[in-house]
Design a protein around this ligand. Structure first.
Ligand code: BES
Ligand code: MN
Ligand code: ZN
Length: 506
């Protein structure tokens, strides 16, 4: 685990394997800390800029080996982090920059590094936001899933955030703590999603949630197949029928007001493997469908972060978890299921399973009295086609809730884009033999999926995040890595923190 702390010092004098300063793109005369380092190195940095070797492009990490020249400079390596164009600079770019220089220095076997607070000066960003962003970027960018394979590089042991004023240090340390909680929760979600489906079964998801609840003082309740059937959750138990792995409905609660059962409700789709069922998917890339529980992982991890930061608000996560496989006992196209609220559903495609399990989970969350509801789901390939891998689609029946989520996303840098929920499309999911059917036409499939969910929320304020695009990646860029991204965790956490704050005022 990488330690991160703030200290007040002169960056040229810090004892570390590497120090990190920066450069905006288009600047040929370094200023501030970069200029101080340049002077200590007898103009080496400005000469590399002149020669075009260091350009300050976003994500670039220029390396100068000083081999340590006390008393001018103590670190053996100076890294010059490219901040990109000044007009494009923001907190999210700091996360990206931090991830890049941390990985570059890890490759150079640095164990202890020291960095200035990028952007806190000319960038116009508050030092605390900056410290939090550097922390998040570092911990997210250095993440590796190492359970089944030795890591390529040794971890960076310590990162020092170097400020000029001693008085800032306690504030910066508090910001570092918040960043650590957010990043560690995101990495927890990544670990759950990166686990193969032969390990991360519904039963393992439940055990994981129970262990986390015990560790962080959350309440945890797990419903089994018999409980679900007794409560009339025919949609969830229907999806689970084809697998030998029994389904679970996991409820995790964080309560500050024990007298009240209400509170913010987070729901997450937990399909531990989505083969499509009898409506089986093509085999190419099917292994990626181990990530179809990314929504469940995100809400469970968000609750862990909330338990650590302790905002004044009740939050409950509800995650239906099942495996979608074909077998002699599997759900078939044409079958009719009855959800907990009594609505009957004609199954057109067994591959549209996420909305089925969420239907029962939404009914259950409403019965618990939770409001507003926010669900997170790798729901449709169509949403991934529409928005790509950097943006989730946001659907909501409540303008204000949608704005609060978009606001939270703005602060965390997670790409979330509002999508419409037009009533005109509802006829696509009308069934001849049941109250509703589980698919519409191919055009607008992300929208009809969301409309399907809306049939189970009635008038409760609700928002749905389709994370099929950003949940899982196949290239490394900034703080996003290959495999699970942990998308959604930081925005859900931020939303809970903001909701707690706004309730304080009223
Ligand atoms: N889990 C998939 C959606 C998905 C696709 C997530 C690609 C991540 C990457 C979901 O269960 C699914 O199969 N959806 C179908 C719905 C269709 C049958 C209406 C889809 O999007 O093709
Ligand atoms: Mn599916
Ligand atoms: Zn699915």
């Amino acid at each position: 685990m990488t330690k991160i702390r703030a200290t007040a010092d002169d960056i040229t004098q810090v004892e570390a394997d590497a120090i990190v300063v920066n450069l905006f793109e288009g600047v040929d005369q370094p200023a501030g800390a970069t200029a101080a380092v340049d002077r200590a190195l007898d103009g080496a940095v400005s000469s590399l800029i002149r020669r075009g070797e260091i350009k300050g492009k976003f994500g670039e990490v220029g390396i100068v080996h000083s081999f340590g020249q006390p008393p001018l400079i103590s670190a053996g390596i100076v890294a010059i982090a490219g901040l990109g164009k000044p007009e494009a600079f923001d907190a999210d770019r700091i996360r990206g920059v931090s991830a890049e220089f941390c990985r570059a220095l890890r490759k150079l076997n640095c164990r202890r590094i020291a960095t200035i607070l990028h952007g806190a000066g000319t960038g116009g960003i508050e030092p605390e936001s900056c410290a939090q962003a550097i922390t998040e970027g570092a911990l997210l960018g250095l993440y590796a899933f190492t359970k089944y394979k030795k890591p390529e590089h040794e971890d960076i042991a310590e990162i020092l955030l170097v400020a000029r004023e001693e008085g800032l240090v306690p504030l910066l340390d508090a910001a570092i703590d918040r960043g650590r909680v957010a990043a560690e929760a995101t990495n927890l979600a990544r670990d759950m999603v990166n686990e193969p489906a032969n390990y991360m079964t519904p039963g393992r998801m439940a055990e994981t949630a129970e262990a986390l609840a015990a560790e962080h003082g959350l309440q945890c309740k797990v419903l089994d197949r018999e409980d679900m059937e007794a409560m009339g959750m025919g949609a969830l138990s229907g999806v689970a029928r084809g697998s030998n792995q029994p389904p679970k409905l996991i409820t995790l609660s964080y309560k500050t007001d024990a007298s009240s059962n209400s509170g913010l409700g987070f729901l997450g789709k937990g399909i531990t493997f989505d083969s499509g069922g009898i409506s089986i998917k093509p085999s190419d890339g099917m292994g990626e469908m181990k990530s179809d529980m990314a929504g469940a992982a995100a809400v469970i991890a968000a609750l862990v972060a909330i338990a650590r930061l302790k905002p004044q608000i009740n939050v409950t996560a509800v995650t239906p978890v099942a495996e979608n496989l074909p077998s002699g006992s599997a759900l078939r196209p044409g079958d009719v299921l009855r959800a907990m609220n009594g609505k009957t559903i004609e199954v057109i495609s067994t591959d549209a399973e996420g909305r089925l399990i969420l239907a029962d989970a939404l009914c259950y969350a409403r019965k618990l009295g939770l409001s507003p509801l926010v669900d997170v789901a790798t729901l449709t390939g169509a949403c991934r086609i529409a928005l790509g891998t950097r943006y989730a689609g946001l659907f909501a029946n409540d303008q204000d809730l949608a704005s609060r989520i978009l606001n939270a996303a703005q602060r965390t840098g997670e790409g979330i884009w509002r999508m419409p929920l037009p009533d005109e499309y509802r006829e696509q999911i009308k069934s001849d033999i049941a109250d509703i059917k589980n698919t519409g036409e191919r055009p607008g499939a992300a929208i009809t999926a969301a409309l399907f969910l809306s049939e189970f929320v009635e008038d409760t304020p609700w928002a749905h995040m389709d994370i099929a695009g950003p949940a899982y990646g196949n290239k490394e860029s900034g703080y996003l890595l290959k495999g699970a991204t942990g998308f959604g965790v930081r925005t859900l956490l931020e939303l809970a923190l903001q909701e707690a704050k706004s309730q304080e005022v009223t």
